[in-house]
Design a protein around this ligand. Structure first.
Ligand SMILES: Cc1cc2nc3c(=O)[nH]c(=O)nc-3n(C[C@H](O)[C@H](O)[C@H](O)COP(=O)(O)OP(=O)(O)OC[C@H]3O[C@@H](n4cnc5c(N)ncnc54)[C@H](O)[C@@H]3O)c2cc1C
Ligand code: SF4
Length: 469
């Protein structure tokens, strides 16, 4: 260990841009056994590992699994890594590590942080390839928990309940499980086979998955509560926000989630509407977050002639991960900063015209960000064949929440106790984007885990009470 002076930080090899644009495959080649050992051995094993205590929302045992894998003990590294995390091979791929564990690494100050995310993904990839398995005890309790939504929050809750031997019935409205891991985050960031692999593991552990079952429509929430010992709600926040400008209802204007979902369905073999084909088109994406980057990079793989991003702030103030921004630049996306759209209209030649104005950043507002100010007399037009709006998401509330005593705030987000995820109805828990608003996979995983632990406690207490009665 501690050989950070001899070995420098290396990120996994990236496929060349010209090659990666030919398909939707992952762009990183994760570490082999030798590389993972070498990079892990850079860890200084600090007394107070900030990567875990401050950086990682799941408080993963990072120094411990780095030490184990540096010592060639793949099995121990795999078990430790899967102890605190419901899907380390997924989080290692898609967490914004620079803002989380790697940003808190002591070596980030000059030497280059440990490549924690890539090592984490590689440990579980190598372990699965070697046939190692996560121990699940089988269903050992009569109690049953319903999980609504099969995204990261739901998977995490189900994973930790199943590890405690508690049966889980998962209800998902879509035709495939995974939430945004399946129909959101594109394959070049997360291979869909990796998500499927997790569901195969959960199915073997006893998960009962019910696809194309919409709670509130096919099954009432009140019935679910009656039929189960506890219910966890993890329905996400995927209702795309609009720009609230004239012309955004034109058929050439798409919402990011509609585009990404339909594109992924097409990649799964379904027929798609002509409007999502970007072949030879000039595509303009409005927005500067991770969803915008995913739309831009999807459109460019889809054969678009030109792909541009319009963002009303500057590069330093983009909300998305800088890694994904640089990947988009490498792949040929054009970025237009300090541009704000005013109106969208169709020109006589059939092209779409986005009327925009130039902006500058002004004084800091209450939210801590600089205000966007329009520069007068800078109105001009940007032409496009397709416009994609990637402007954030809201929650689509479940119907009849109030009938079961669940409280939501003004944005429709479910209100819970922060330490347990429990709602006002004591049989119901919730977590992930439907409580926080659009956030991260890792924070949804934290919520699911926290709720699973609280549900286990509740089940244990009820068993003790009924035994003593
Ligand atoms: C394009 C895109 C890219 C992203 N990239 C990243 C990234 O790189 N890294 C990162 O950390 N985060 C990323 N995020 C954010 C991340 O995906 C979310 O924060 C995370 O998926 C939230 O998990 P969740 O379980 O709360 O919700 P979701 O993943 O949205 O899952 C909710 C599930 O509930 C189901 N559901 C909804 N209503 C019902 C109902 N009534 N009955 C039954 N089922 C229902 C939905 O169909 C869905 O499957 C990205 C988001 C988007 C949109
Ligand atoms: S879960 Fe995310 S933050 Fe935690 S160690 Fe893994 S990559 Fe880092």
């Amino acid at each position: 260990m501690q050989n950070f002076t001899e070995t420098s930080r290396h990120d996994p090899e990236k496929i060349e841009p010209s090659q990666r644009l030919r398909n939707f495959d992952e762009i990183y080649k994760f570490f082999n056994s030798r590389q993972v050992r070498k990079q892990s051995a850079r860890c200084v094993q600090c007394g107070d590992p900030f990567c875990t205590t401050i950086g990682c929302p799941l408080q993963n045992h990072i120094p411990q699994w780095l030490e184990a894998i540096a010592d060639r003990d793949l099995e121990r590294a795999f078990q430790l890594s899967n102890e605190s995390s419901p899907f380390p091979e997924i989080l290692g791929r898609i967490c914004p590590q620079g803002d989380l564990c790697e940003g808190a690494c002591t070596l980030d100050d000059g030497y280059g942080a440990i490549t924690i995310g890539s090592i984490e993904a590689s440990i579980t990839d190598l372990a699965f390839a070697a046939g190692l398995q996560i121990p699940f005890p089988g269903i050992r309790h009569p109690q049953k928990v319903a999980v609504v939504g099969s995204g990261p929050a739901g998977i995490s809750c189900a994973h930790f309940l199943l590890r405690a031997g508690i049966g889980v019935e998962m209800y998902e409205q879509a035709d495939r499980p995974g939430g945004l891991l399946t129909y959101g985050i594109p394959g070049f960031k997360l291979d869909k086979r990796i998500v499927e692999q997790r569901f195969e593991i959960l199915a073997e552990a006893g998960l009962q998955l019910h696809l194309q079952q919409q709670i509130g429509q096919d099954i009432k929430l009140v019935e679910l509560i009656e039929q189960h010992d506890a219910v966890f709600i993890g329905i996400g926040a995927t209702q795309g926000r609009r720009a609230k400008i004239k012309g955004e209802e034109l058929p050439e204007v798409l919402l990011a989630m509609d585009y990404l979902t339909e594109k992924q369905q097409q990649l799964f073999g379904k027929s798609a509407h002509e409007r999502i084909s970007m072949q030879d088109k000039k595509v303009v994406v409005i927005g500067g977050g991770d969803t915008a980057m995913d739309c831009l990079r999807t459109a460019i793989r889809d054969g678009a002639r030109q792909v541009s991003c319009l963002y009303r702030r500057d590069e330093n103030n983009m909300p998305g991960s800088s890694k994904e921004f640089h990947n988009a630049v490498e792949e040929g996306v054009e970025f237009c900063f300090n541009i704000s759209p005013r109106e969208i209209c169709r020109e006589p030649n059939g092209l779409i015209c986005i009327e925009v104005e130039r902006t500058q950043l002004g004084k800091v507002a209450e939210d801590g960000r600089q205000r966007v100010e329009i520069i007068p007399s800078t109105k001009h037009c940007i032409s496009a064949d397709v416009v994609i709006l990637a402007l954030g998401f809201d929650v689509t509330p479940l119907p009849e929440l109030d009938k079961v005593g669940i409280i939501t705030n003004q944005w429709g987000q479910i209100q819970t106790d922060q330490t347990s995820g429990m709602c006002n109805n004591m049989k119901v828990y919730a977590g992930g984007d439907c409580c926080r608003g659009a956030d991260l996979v890792v924070t949804a995983a934290v919520d699911g885990k926290q709720a699973a632990l609280a549900i286990m406690q509740q089940i244990l207490v009820s068993r003790l009470v009924s035994r003593d009665a």
